[in-house]
Ligand binder design. Structure first.
Ligand SMILES: NC(=O)N[C@@H](CC(=O)O)C(=O)O
Ligand SMILES: [Zn+2]
Ligand SMILES: [Zn+2]
Length: 344
């Protein structure tokens, strides 16, 4: 009999589902593995109001495969115009679970992001008061700052300032990629947590250039040096409850990545849990996967853990070269390669 591991059904605390036929193409992958997901609001135009989040949530529910049990947790995209009243309405709604910061211009569809924190203080104060988490894409946008240093710079220039101004605000430092971020989160109070993607646990920046330029390994924040990958693995297997699963699965049509100016984002929803299992197994810490995938996230968001389980078996399978993606296709992480864990 092959080796297997059974854990409480996990949730994905950072996911891009896109919309329309693109969403319909990728949603089944996530709904098969996860009970819930924090659905990122960086659509075009972004999801900035509770009403827009409600409508987007309905579209997701309608696109679910028959019989799927999946609860999309919605997020408002923070713009300079978000009011304290809209924050209160979000909390009241029950289905909006967070507000997301995209520093203007930092990543895919972030043009409407925040330009000045003074403008959004009333909204942030209301979030701190109501316990509505603030999710941050933690990179500075100053083009003078080296792209590999933008996350570390964000800690000093934004995160520390935010924490000083709003010590009670719950913050999730999304998709952390550096030892500086891991250390910051470990040392901070209980209201600061972080998500970690499979790619940042499995690859370092060499993967961007293996034998030539690899657009399907390009995401933001960009992959870092090996020492950072190791620090992230150490953090997620440290026993700390501050780190939880967030794939940042971010599908882009193949032709928009294999281009002169390719989009940032890695698609991992087809094999998310198997990829995390591989990372945890690589350091002999499979027993810690359940807390990271299924317990720490709900605890931080104040939600119950899921009541059913999933099982992964040690069984190799070959990832398809691509998956359909609306009228296009998307190249998944490990396309054409073997993965050694499989969700049954
Ligand atoms: N991670 C990425 O590289 N891309 C994400 C946006 C994001 O999470 O920053 C996307 O929406 O494509
Ligand atoms: Zn991001
Ligand atoms: Zn993302």
């Amino acid at each position: 009999m092959s080796k297997s591991i059974t854990i409480i059904r996990p949730d994905d605390w950072h996911l891009h589902l896109r919309d329309g036929s693109l969403m319909a193409a990728v949603l089944p992958h996530t709904a098969k593995e996860f009970a819930r997901a924090i659905v990122m609001p960086n659509l075009k135009p972004p999801v900035t109001t509770v009403d827009a989040a409600f409508a987007y949530r309905q579209r997701i529910l309608e696109a679910l495969p028959a019989g799927a049990q999946f609860d999309p947790l919605m997020v408002l995209y923070l713009t300079d115009h978000l009011t304290a009243e809209e924050v209160a309405k979000a909390k009241q709604s029950g289905f909006v679970k967070a507000v997301k910061l995209y520093p203007a211009g930092a990543t895919t569809n972030s043009d409407s992001g925040v330009t000045n924190f003074d403008k959004v203080m009333p909204a942030l104060e209301k979030m701190a008061e109501l316990g509505l988490p603030f999710l941050v894409h933690g990179e500075v946008t100053d083009p003078q700052i080296d792209v590999f240093d933008r996350e570390a710079a964000f800690i000093d220039s934004v995160l520390m300032v935010l924490q000083q101004r709003l010590p009670k605000l719950k913050i999730v430092f999304e998709h952390i990629t550096t030892k500086q971020a891991a250390e910051y989160v470990l040392k901070a109070g209980p209201n600061i947590a972080a998500t970690v993607t499979p790619q940042h646990l499995l690859m370092n920046r060499n993967a961007l250039f293996t034998g030539g330029i690899r657009p399907h390994h390009y995401c933001l924040p960009v992959l870092k040096r090996e020492e950072h990958r190791r620090a992230l693995l150490a953090a997620v297997t440290s026993g700390s409850k501050k780190f939880f699963l967030g794939t940042d699965s971010a599908p882009h049509a193949r032709h928009t990545k294999e281009a002169a100016c390719g989009c940032a984002g890695i698609y991992s929803a087809h094999a998310a849990l198997a990829l995390y299992a591989e990372a945890f197994e690589s350091v002999g810490a499979l027993d810690l996967l359940e807390a990271f995938a299924s317990k720490n996230g709900p605890a931080f968001y104040g939600l119950p853990e899921n009541t059913d389980t999933v099982t992964l078996v040690k069984e190799s399978w070959t990832v398809p070269a691509s998956y359909p993606f609306g009228e296009h296709n998307v190249v998944p992480l490990r396309a054409g390669e073997e993965i050694h864990w499989k969700l049954i």
